[in-house]
Design a protein around this ligand. Structure first.
Ligand code: CO
Ligand code: CO
Ligand code: CO
Length: 304
């Protein structure tokens, strides 16, 4: 647990460790089946971020039995199971309670070789940084809840959130990545600064290279921002330096809490070029090289 990584790791023997994580939350989209898939993909992601292979999962369910039809829960669980099947993960149980507010997620157990474990503390000055999914899912979920997002936008953001970080995880290990974390609730800045702090480096980010949902920009300009965005800005505002010309909506997007976001990967420039080609070939089409690891200032994110 000590390095603030995505999942907890417990070494069983010299060549085997287990990776464990739990994640559950309230719905981010209206469709129950889609929500189930998103929650599962999000929970599995913490194992992928550490270079692990998820094996088993337990359902975590809070359901308002008095006010909601049980078929909603069936659809959520079906979404979760289908996503686990895609990931090659076996559901072995779970626990449910009656609660006023619906919540769903998974507790996941995976395995990793202790030597190939990836943490957020391995980034080195001179590395390039890759982000594998576009930013802005929190803002778009807020727009969905407000009834302001169109069908196409909902489909697009859902497709992104249900997609597993499995391929990106396997490919980054093939090319010998140095460090990795996934972008979730603390937003791009929060997770990037965690990597910078843990690795004792700084990160220079090219804002024009960042993959971003164009719809997030549009909703953001209308003030449709989740509460978590402001909390992230309050908490991580001091770790980031923005250029004066950067528009406000871009700053907001960088603090936007993500659900089932992409992997943030640090690796040598040669490995980065190779990984980017492999990712595109594997269908991870939004992946981009978005920054440089620099030796100073330690723990800081410099946006360009
Ligand atoms: Co994570
Ligand atoms: Co997590
Ligand atoms: Co139980």
């Amino acid at each position: 647990m000590e390095s603030l990584d995505d999942a907890g790791v417990y070494k069983l023997s010299d060549d085997l460790a287990i990776v464990q994580t739990i994640d559950f939350f309230t719905p981010v989209v209206d469709d129950p089946y889609d929500f189930g898939q998103i929650a599962a993909a999000n929970a599995l992601s913490d194992v992928y971020a550490m270079g692990g292979k998820p094996l088993t999962a337990l359902n975590v369910v809070c359901f308002p039995t008095k006010s909601m039809d049980i078929s909603v829960l069936r659809d959520i669980l079906k979404g979760g199971i289908d996503k686990m099947k895609e990931a090659g993960v076996t559901l072995i149980g779970g626990h449910s309670i009656d609660d006023k507010e619906l919540k769903y997620g998974l507790s996941v157990t995976g395995i990793v070789h202790p030597k190939s474990l990836l943490t957020c503390s391995g980034a080195r000055a001179g590395d390039k940084v890759i982000l594998t999914k576009p930013l802005g899912t929190g803002i778009i979920s807020t727009a969905i809840k407000a009834g302001k997002a169109g069908k196409d936008t909902i489909m697009k953001v859902t497709k992104c959130m249900v997609s597993l970080n499995k391929k990106a995880s396997e490919l980054m290990q093939q090319v010998g990545a140095h460090a990795c974390t996934d972008i979730t609730g603390f937003g791009f800045i929060g997770h990037a600064s965690k990597m910078a702090q843990q690795s004792q480096v700084g990160i220079k980010v090219f804002s024009c290279s960042l993959p971003i949902f164009p719809e997030a920009e549009e909703f953001c300009k209308k003030g449709l921002c989740p509460g978590g965005l402001y909390r992230n800005r309050e908490f991580y505002g001091r770790t980031v330096e923005f250029p004066t010309k950067l528009p406000d909506y871009m700053k907001d997007i960088l603090f936007d809490p993500q659900t089932s976001g992409g992997l943030l990967i640090s690796l040598t420039p040669e490995a980065a070029e190779l990984l980017l080609r492999k990712l595109k070939k594997a269908g991870v089409k939004d992946a981009a090289i978005i920054g440089d690891i620099i030796d100073k200032p330690i723990g800081k994110i410099l946006i360009e």
